[in-house]
Write a protein that binds this ligand. Structure first.
Ligand code: 5GP
Length: 345
């Protein structure tokens, strides 16, 4: 476990509001209760926002947790706190490059706009980096939620591009993520938005085949040529996908972000041993070990490396190689050489 913590790691699949530690959650709950009391409203009962060790939930219940978390992270200050703490925690876990992702959210009641939401994240990131004792780099993807309308999704792309234009030499926003409840949403309608994002220079990471029998939808999403895939749990034919889809992904060489504990606790995979990670690894396909939601699934990136090692009998050298190869798939090209040097030591 100490080997995995010391290993310089890159985290490429981490949803901001799913990554909130229980300590930060306590701070947020206190703030929320204080405000309700000031306003003379009743304090709510304590909500479940994390799945403890050994426990599991239906995927639908995980999405309910995000709803609850969003109630607590509902103004610029809470977004700043969350971004600051999450970055600090990843740094403490030996992460040298972090790509966070988050869905811009407005809240008229607190004056938060989608723009100020993103600014608050960037502010929290800057604060954490200024305090960081080790070398760390952080980039941001803006997420489109599958249930959003075409107009809302396009707003997110425009928001990302506006940020890139305003900060041409030190852009933190590097791409777009497509996520949200995999059972809902109109993917054919969102395709042109994703195309447009890609054409205009943004990188794309898309959640695909997170649940069974999504071959057709995944084929559509592959037509946009995403730069990375989230989960892809049911693509490989041995995992219930299809030979055609599997071969297509292998030929495209699109890296897959794998999230072991998330998949087991969210019950899309029955246990660690049955995870699709080794199916791709065996075929030499690029995979990147990620946390997904370290708060909700109560894990860390070093724990995920340790679990991969134990479950699939990977040596320390193989884990070191996985961490080092992950650098090839970061969205910030200019940092690759620097990070590769770090992971060579
Ligand atoms: P946020 O975007 O608010 O920072 O992070 C929470 C959001 O990320 C959720 O509301 C959901 O849209 C997305 N998300 C987090 N974890 C998962 C996951 O495992 N699968 C999918 N499809 N979406 C997720």
């Amino acid at each position: 476990a100490e080997f995995c913590r010391q290993l310089p790691k890159v985290e490429l699949h981490a949803h901001l509001n799913g990554s909130i530690s229980s300590a930060t959650m306590q701070t947020l709950l206190k703030r929320y209760k204080n405000r309700l009391e000031r306003e003379g409203n009743e304090t709510p009962q304590l909500w479940e926002t994390t799945i403890l060790k050994g426990e599991k939930r239906a995927l639908a219940d995980c999405f309910l947790m995000f709803k609850m978390i969003h109630t607590l992270v509902n103004d610029e200050e809470s977004v700043r706190i969350v971004a600051h703490e999450v970055v600090r925690e990843f740094a403490d876990d030996g992460v040298v490059y972090l790509e966070l992702r988050s869905t811009p959210r407005a809240n008229p009641a607190t004056g938060m706009t989608k723009h100020s939401y993103v600014q608050a994240i960037l502010c929290g990131i800057d604060k954490a980096l200024s305090e960081c004792r080790t070398t760390m780099h952080v980039r941001l993807l803006l997420s489109i939620d599958r249930r959003q309308s075409v107009a809302e999704a396009m707003d997110t792309v425009e928001l990302a591009l506006a940020h890139v234009e305003q900060t041409p030499h030190h852009t933190r926003v590097v791409g777009i993520d497509l996520s949200g409840d995999p059972t809902v949403g109109d993917i054919p309608a969102l395709l042109p938005v994703l195309h447009s994002a890609k054409e205009r220079g943004l990188k794309l990471s898309l959640h695909v085949s997170e649940i069974p029998q999504r071959n057709e939808e995944t084929a559509l999403l592959l037509s946009v040529c995403p730069d990375r895939l989230g989960h892809g749990t049911f693509i490989h034919q041995e995992a219930g996908g299809s030979p055609e889809l599997e071969e297509r992904v292998l030929a495209m060489k699109t890296p897959i972000e794998v999230c072991l504990t998330s998949n087991v606790k969210g019950q899309t995979v029955s246990n660690y041993e049955n995870h699709h990670l080794p199916l791709w690894h065996k075929r030499g396909h690029p995979i990147v070990i990620c946390t997904d939601d370290k708060g909700v699934f109560s894990t860390t990136l070093s724990e995920e490396y340790a679990i991969a090692g134990e479950t699939f009998f990977l040596s320390q050298e193989q884990l070191r190689q996985l961490a080092s190869h992950a650098v090839e798939h970061i969205f910030e090209h200019d940092l690759k050489n620097e990070l590769l040097k770090l992971s060579d030591v």
